[in-house]
Design a protein around this ligand. Structure first.
Ligand code: SF4
Length: 264
């Protein structure tokens, strides 16, 4: 595996790696301390707002291939945290993801995860790992919209049931590290009725909400900055903890949904 190119914007650095079989995956250094790594070549979930899963899944990365993304970069950029949020659904490659997690921990790194939540048996295990943050993508609490936005992810009812069962027994400190993500897309899931349902779920579970900005990677329309702020203020009225997409995550280079499998 080797680093074949580095792309830079004002905010992010994006690194393209070529694997031994010729496939290419990406990692992003952002926020001045965090490396977002990939866990698969492609992704079977195929969320329509994300470029990473456009061609489906090619193969899983090995734990070594996940770890080496960090190892090849650690002398170039000051990595303190790992975000397992690049190309791929981590739970669909769980054994390798967990093995790489322990390697990162050995290096003294803080590790956070982003997942659509399936398979559930691994979600249960992931919740209990000593991670530094776990964000579960919901994007809608309506079955039809969830299916549209996370087409090959967990069925919604089963996911919510698993979250209810697992989160209920966690300590307050552990709950604070868990968040449900909601990517806002104009005319699809941005009505106040939709957000009301989402806020009630977040509130019931006692976790945080991550309100993600859509980076216009596909045919959907993003909200304006003003609309995005309004939705944020609406959710805040429920007394829940709400995080917005940082400017790093809104960057067209390396922001959410912008990583490409086998970039040319
Ligand atoms: S958002 Fe995540 S789960 Fe969905 S297609 Fe992209 S990499 Fe896969």
């Amino acid at each position: 595996m080797r680093l074949i190119s580095t792309l830079k914007s004002e905010l992010n650095k994006l690194f393209v790696f070529e694997l031994k079989d010729g496939n290419r995956v990406e990692a992003v250094f952002y926020r001045g301390d965090t490396l977002c790594v990939s866990t698969q070549v492609g992704c079977a979930v195929k969320c329509p707002f994300c470029l990473s899963g456009k061609e489906g899944l090619v193969r899983n990365l090995t734990s070594e291939e996940i770890y080496v993304q960090y190892d090849l970069l650690k002398d170039r950029v000051p990595v303190k945290r790992i975000a397992v949020a690049g190309i791929g659904e981590p739970l669909m490659n769980y054994s390798h993801v967990v093995a790489s997690f322990w390697k990162f921990k050995k290096e003294g790194l803080k590790v956070s995860f982003y997942t659509t939540g399936f398979p559930h048996r691994y979600l249960k295990e992931l919740i209990r790992l000593p991670h530094n943050g776990l964000t579960v993508s919901i994007h809608s609490t309506r079955k039809d919209k969830r299916k549209l936005l996370v087409p090959h992810g967990s069925p919604l009812d089963a996911l919510i049931k698993t979250l209810r069962e697992e989160i209920a027994s966690l300590s307050k400190t552990k709950k604070k590290k868990i968040s449900l993500a909601y990517l806002l897309i104009k005319g699809i899931n941005d009505s106040y009725e939709d957000l009301d349902d989402f806020a009630k779920l977040v509130s019931e579970l006692g976790v945080g909400a991550t309100l993600l900005y859509y980076n216009a990677t596909g045919s959907f329309e993003p909200l304006s900055k003003k609309e995005y702020e309004e939705k944020f203020l609406f959710l805040r009225r429920y007394g829940i903890r709400v995080t917005l997409s940082t400017r790093f995550r809104r960057d067209p280079l390396g922001g959410c949904g912008t990583l490409i499998t086998n970039r040319n």
